[in-house]
Design a protein around this ligand. Structure first.
Ligand SMILES: C[S@@+](CC[C@H](N)C(=O)[O-])C[C@H]1O[C@@H](n2cnc3c(N)ncnc32)[C@H](O)[C@@H]1O
Length: 295
């Protein structure tokens, strides 16, 4: 009985906070950042942007998502994950960010998508469902892997959409370049693997030359400080977008950037050193300029 109670999400979180106090601080910082605006406001901004950018009726896409079988399936699978008996990791993309990703893929209708960081398939499933609803498109995913007693990578992925999916197991540092070479051109790249400055920047720089002329770059966890010093630094996503002259916007923890004719196509332009973020002004000095993004 006591074991059952202690295995509930609340007690698991409390246990983690005691074992890893610095992670608890990072979670608190994230919560404070997300509380700056309401989910409804953020959703309103997102719908307005998607409608304008892609000439779609985004509120209709949201209604479609909410009444879909997948929406119900996803809620049931989340509950199943909470009840999972064995070990499992936290990190599934938030409800709002999953919804945002679905709407983005429905609105933009990309044909070739690459994402990194699958875990149990939360965000991956949303991309796949949107592609399936579009009736066109393929997703190539990379994840470093899981232990055999964890839930599977396709925990959130319905069997109906798996035919559009290729899952590569391995470190994205090794697997992303050959995958991109195989795809040649991609319409969308979504990052959700390792959220350090260096790794995010490396993935964005690696994917960028393969993005089609109107390609999209998106990233989860752009408000998550990767470590304690990272609380005072800007996130790698807005910094990359500015360097590459990509228009970008952020909606809670999700960043979206759109390639335009002004975005240079090659990787030669490196006006800022990407491996050392220490030279950047602290987040508190810059944050509003990108939270109230240029789009
Ligand atoms: C935040 S979780 C992804 C959550 C997932 N997108 C979802 O919505 O459920 C991060 C994932 O990235 C994977 N990962 C971490 N470092 C990686 C790397 N270097 N290459 C590939 N995958 C990596 C981890 O195994 C983990 O599954």
């Amino acid at each position: 009985m006591l074991r059952q109670i202690l295995s509930r999400p609340f007690f698991r979180m409390a246990g983690k906070a005691i074992r890893h106090p610095s992670r608890a601080v990072l979670r608190l910082v994230l919560k404070a950042r997300l509380r700056r605006s309401s989910v409804d406001e953020e959703r309103g901004r997102l719908l307005a942007l998607l409608s304008r950018q892609f000439g779609v009726e985004a509120p209709g896409l949201l209604a479609e998502y909410r009444r879909s079988e997948f929406h119900t399936w996803f809620q049931q699978r989340r509950a199943a994950l909470d009840r999972f008996d064995g070990p499992y990791r936290f990190g599934t993309t938030g409800v709002f960010e999953c919804e945002a990703l679905y709407l983005l893929v429905r609105a933009a209708r990309p044909r070739v998508v690459v994402d990194t960081g699958v875990l149990y398939g939360g965000s991956t499933a949303h991309i796949l469902e949107a592609l399936a609803r579009n009736g066109v498109g393929k997703l190539h995913s990379i994840d470093i892997g899981r232990s055999p007693d964890e839930p599977p990578h396709d925990h959130f992925v319905r069997p109906e959409v798996q035919s559009r999916w290729e899952l590569v197991i391995g470190d994205s540092r090794r697997e992303l370049p050959p995958l991109l070479r195989r795809c040649e051109t991609i319409d969308m790249f979504h990052h959700d693997s390792l959220h350090t400055w260096d790794h995010m920047t490396w993935e964005f720089e690696t994917a960028f030359p393969h993005l089609s002329a109107d390609g999209i770059l998106s990233s989860d966890d752009i408000q998550n400080p990767p470590d304690l010093p990272g609380i005072f630094r800007e996130n790698a996503f807005p910094a990359f977008c500015r360097r590459r002259a990509m228009q970008y916007a952020s909606f809670r923890n999700m960043g979206m950037a759109f390639r335009t004719s002004g975005s240079p196509a090659t990787t030669e332009a490196q006006p800022e050193r990407v491996s050392d973020p220490a030279h950047l002004p602290p987040t508190w000095a810059r944050s509003r300029s990108w939270v109230e993004s240029p789009i």
